[in-house]
Design a protein around this ligand. Structure first.
Ligand code: SAH
Length: 247
């Protein structure tokens, strides 16, 4: 993406897909196998992480104290590796540009004049529902799908999510990072006029060996989450598509 500088490694922002190693792209597989360093967190899932060559793997997820590694530190490490001439894979769950901070890391590399490329991946926003038998669009049920975060960063500049407009959209709503905040946005959607009987599904660890899906309605799903002990990572799907396919 930027001009090549001799002696500087290239940074590849690579999507891992939702977790099944067979859902990696061929390009992701090749880059993981040949990179000098593969910087990852836990989101690609245990099966894919187990395939990263041991000498290349660098975990930049949670630190020993349980807190997330700050983005600024990850950015610094990416730049340091590339400037030392290493080929860097920054491996991200799903697709790197969907709530994956690819924007920040792209800007960092471009500012540091480091060659960088994006390698798209299969996003959990679409694959998660699909793997649970839910098509995010359907001729008879939904002509649009909106992907939103359930965890709006308080320090971010993006405009806030308009839940009332989403409630009126008539399309499918997919929420990522939305297990803890389920109470708040289901209430906001109901306040915005979405029918309380609208079906809702939570797909936990999509494509991991222990994938699980639970369903309820806008009114009942919080109770379902609590009873079943649903934990991140999970995708929330809201809309008639949840019931489109008879199981
Ligand atoms: N870039 C990722 C999303 C990163 S945000 C993508 O395109 O999929 C992290 C959120 O993604 C999680 O909180 C969860 O909502 C969702 N997620 C990622 N992988 C998942 C999986 N295998 N199963 C369920 N949800 C997943």
């Amino acid at each position: 993406m930027t001009a090549d500088r001799s002696g500087v490694g290239t940074v590849h922002l690579v999507g891992s897909g939702p977790g099944d190693p067979e859902l990696l792209t061929l390009k992701a597989r090749r880059l993981i196998d040949s990179a000098d360093v593969v910087m990852h967190d836990a989101l690609p899932g245990p099966e894919i992480i187990a395939t990263i060559p041991e000498e290349a793997a660098e975990d930049v997820g949670k630190r020993a104290n349980g807190e997330r590694t700050p983005q600024s530190e990850i950015d610094d490490r990416i730049v340091a590796h590339a400037e030392a001439g290493r080929e860097v894979v920054r491996l991200k769950g799903g697709d790197p540009t969907v709530f994956g901070r690819a924007g920040a890391e792209l800007s960092t590399c471009i500012a540091a004049k480091i060659p960088v490329e994006v390698v798209p991946g299969v996003t959990s926003a679409i694959a998660g529902p699909a793997l649970a038998g839910i098509p995010v669009t359907h001729r008879d049920h939904a002509s649009s799908v909106t992907v939103v975060t359930g965890h709006e960063a308080p320090d971010a500049d993006a405009p806030p999510i308009d839940w009332e407009a989403l409630a009126q959209s008539g399309g499918t709503i997919v929420v990522l990072m939305g297990v803890g905040s389920l109470d708040e946005y289901t209430a906001a959607l109901a306040d915005g006029g979405l029918d309380p009987s609208t079906p809702v599904a939570l797909i936990e660890r999509a494509s991991w060996p222990d994938q699980r899906a639970v369903t309820g309605t806008l009114e009942t799903i919080v109770g379902v989450r609590d009873r079943e002990g649903v934990e991140p990572p999970a995708v929330t799907v809201i809309g008639d598509v949840v019931e489109a396919i008879e199981s």
